[in-house]
Structure formats: C-alpha cells, structure tokens
Design a protein around this ligand. Structure first.
Ligand code: HEM
Length: 209
C-alpha cells in the first residue's frame, strides 16, 4: 500500500453547533465558579447561623424566580410543569425550621422579558442539580429533606431526570442566535444578582431588606 492509498479520506467535519443548554453552561461557567467559591468563603456549613445566611441568599433569589415559575405564558412556552418546580415555599419552611423570620424581598431586580426570564430559570433549575452536594453538607448540621434543607431535596423522579426534562425543553425552543444570546444574558444577570445577595448576607452584615 503506498502513501497515497493510506491517506485518510477528506471528510468535511460539520461545525459542531452547541445546543442552547451547552452554550448556557459554557457561558456561565466562570460566573458559577465565582459564586460557588464566594459562597464557600462564607463557610455556609460551619454552623446553623451561617447556614441560615445561605438560606436567606437562596430566599432572596427564589423570591424573584418564583414569579417566573408561576407565569402561565412561560409554562406554555417552556414546560407544562413549570409551577411545580418552584421551591420558594420549601425555602420559607427551611427558614422557619431554623427559627428565623422569613424576610421581605431583598431586591426589585427582575428579568426584562420572557427570554431573559428563561435564563434566570436555567440558573434556578441548575442550582438544584448542584444541591445534591449541599444536601450532604447540610446533613452534618442535622438538617435534611424534612427539616431545614427541604429546598435542597431532589425531585421524586430523580435530579438527573428532572434536569434533563428542563434542558430538553430549552433545546427545543428553536430560537435565533440573537434570542439565545438574550437567554445567556439573563442567566449571567441571575448569577450576578445572586452574587450580590451573597455579598450582602455573608460579608456586609445585611439583615432583611
Ligand atoms: C457552594 C455552592 C455551590 C456549589 C458547591 C455548587 C456545585 C455545583 C455542581 C457540583 C454542579 C454540577 C452538578 C452535576 O453536574 O451533577 C452544579 C451545577 C449548577 N449549579 Fe451550582 N453550586 C453551588 C451554588 C450554586 C448556586 C447558588 C447557583 C444558582 C443560584 C448554582 C447554579 C448552578 C447551575 C445553573 C448548574 C447547572 C450547570 C449546567 O450543567 O448547565 N449553583 N453546581
């Protein structure tokens, strides 16, 4: 066999086109890592007092996204079971379990439109995927799915399956690149907003707003 025969046939590789979910994950990776490490600097599992601060951060965030989970137009566009994914009521119960008062809303920041809202929902849903790790840490404080860490529980169908349904719905939206970019912007805005809540609750001594 001569060199020419051995040469691999030239196959034109199609451009791999990342799905919306893959783009969201890649475009928010550094925001997630920054948030994750900043939360850990606050030592949320060093004791129940610190964990309480973490709950307040989560509440600040979920008080915003709860409105999106319960928006019928978003449910129609994205997922019929959207409202059932809202974890605000569980969070309020977690806060009460710890003997704390449920605060008022910390911020009037809201996504500008439906596309940005979908980016915010991506951040809220994804946070439940990472919550498996947080639930294990909360167990060290004597907290679990029925006391103090209810909002960190996985869905009955399993975290992975619950998440797959959501990302499949994202990928089925069939949007233009510009529209997808607005979802990415919404997701980054959500991460930045949560980051500001972490600063306020852990590092600036803020109480309720
Ligand atoms: C100390 C805090 C946190 C840790 C240690 C953490 C950890 C993780 C881990 C390990 C995953 C990947 C899970 C998997 O693939 O099975 C993940 C995913 C994710 N987390 Fe976090 N997380 C933290 C906080 C947060 C917060 C506060 C938010 C948002 C408010 C968030 C948003 C997300 C999102 C959107 C994903 C999904 C990424 C994707 O696959 O598209 N995380 N997290």
């Amino acid at each position: 066999m001569d060199a020419q025969q051995m040469e691999a046939p030239v196959v034109s590789q199609p451009e791999t086109n990342p799905s919306l979910w893959e783009r969201l994950k890649a475009s928010t990776r550094s925001a997630h890592e920054g948030l994750d490490s900043r939360i850990m600097q606050g030592k949320p599992f060093a004791g129940r007092e610190n964990y309480g601060r973490f709950l307040l951060v989560q509440h600040d965030f979920h008080a915003i996204v709860s409105g999106l989970y319960n928006d019928p137009a978003l449910a129609e566009r994205l997922l019929p079971d959207l409202a059932e994914r809202d974890r605000l009521a569980l969070l309020k119960q977690d806060i009460r379990d710890l003997g704390l008062d449920v605060p008022g809303e910390a911020s009037s920041v809201r996504p500008a439109d439906a596309l940005e809202s979908i980016g915010w929902l991506y951040v809220a849903e994804g946070s439940n995927l990472g919550a498996a790790f947080l639930l294990k840490a909360a167990a060290e404080l004597g907290l679990n799915e029925t006391f103090g860490a209810r909002h960190l529980a996985g869905a009955p169908e399993g975290r992975g399956r619950h998440w797959k349904t959501f990302t499949a719905a994202l990928d089925a939206l069939g949007l233009s690149p510009d529209e997808e970019q607005r979802i990415v912007s919404g997701a980054n805005a959500a991460f930045n907003t949560v980051r500001s809540f972490v600063e306020a609750r852990f590092f600036e001594g803020a109480r309720a707003a």
